[in-house]
Design a protein around this ligand. Structure first.
Ligand SMILES: [Zn+2]
Length: 257
């Protein structure tokens, strides 16, 4: 491989295109257009990545930044697959579960990498996707809905699929878009579901696998971000049912001392 050159605003060509692909891959999101032109959008994404990776934030992608991005992108590869919807239809409908789930690694644990961030995190806010019980939706679906609202990316940092897989949404290094006035310093986690099959009645539709994975993710995030002091639900901040249960009265809101 050729010597890594310093890419910065105004650079263009194949190396910039490779960098843009790397940025998107490392973030697990289409943050920048892969057009081979290093403009303000790419510069902003490089800065965000540098902040997340704990590097000098200068918006220039030199060898160190490119190496860190590559290292971050590598382990995520196998986990990016979206679910096979045909298989999902056969999944048993979730029964009402007693609130006794134990934290348990997600089915995609071998490929799940929780990104690090220098952004101070003090709270996790839980959401639902407000989609009908028994139906699967992917990060790509949710990202498309949120982009249709004019947002730059999916609003949540993590999405928990019905089969318990923990999927990356917006990189944690970036401020989310999930609770008006409470996006700074928080991580947004949404489970797929939250309304009954009629598509409108709020209902805690979490599957056993989702409960286990949400507890696991909460524990993992709290271990990584020591500043987390609060676990809450969207409904504590807005006149909404989301996440269709009371986090304060749930296992999720209770942390063993
Ligand atoms: Zn919400």
């Amino acid at each position: 491989m050729a010597k890594t050159t310093l890419l910065k605003r105004g650079s263009h060509g194949a190396a910039v295109r490779a960098l843009q692909e790397l940025i998107n891959h490392a973030a697990g999101a289409a943050l920048v257009n892969v057009d081979g032109d290093f403009g303000s959008e790419t510069e902003g994404a490089v800065k965000a990545a540098q902040r997340r990776l704990g590097l000098v934030v200068d918006g220039k992608a030199g060898p160190q930044t490119q190496k860190a991005l590559k290292a971050e992108a590598e382990p995520i590869k196998p986990g990016r697959a979206e679910p096979d919807k045909s298989a999902m239809d056969a999944a048993p409908a979730p029964a009402a579960q007693p609130s006794s789930a134990q934290a348990c690694p997600p089915p995609n644990d071998d490929s799940l990498v929780l990104l690090d961030t220098a952004r101070p995190i003090s709270e996790i806010i839980f959401h639902c996707t407000a989609t009908p019980e028994g139906k699967d939706f992917t990060v790509a679906d949710i990202r498309a809905w949120h982009k249709a609202r004019g947002w730059t990316d999916i609003g949540y940092h993590y999405v928990i699929y019905r089969d318990g897989r923990i999927m990356l949404g917006r990189p944690v290094g970036q401020v989310g878009s999930h609770v008006a006035g409470h996006n700074t310093g928080t991580i947004g986690v949404a489970y797929v579901g939250g309304v009954s099959t009629d598509g409108k009645t709020a209902m805690d539709t979490r599957t056993e696998a989702q409960r286990r994975s949400m507890l696991y993710l909460r524990n993992s995030l709290m271990a990584r971000h020591k500043g987390i002091r609060k676990l809450s639900g969207h409904n504590e901040y807005a006149a909404k049912a989301c996440p269709s249960f009371d986090v304060r009265r749930d296992d999720l809101g209770r942390v063993a001392a």
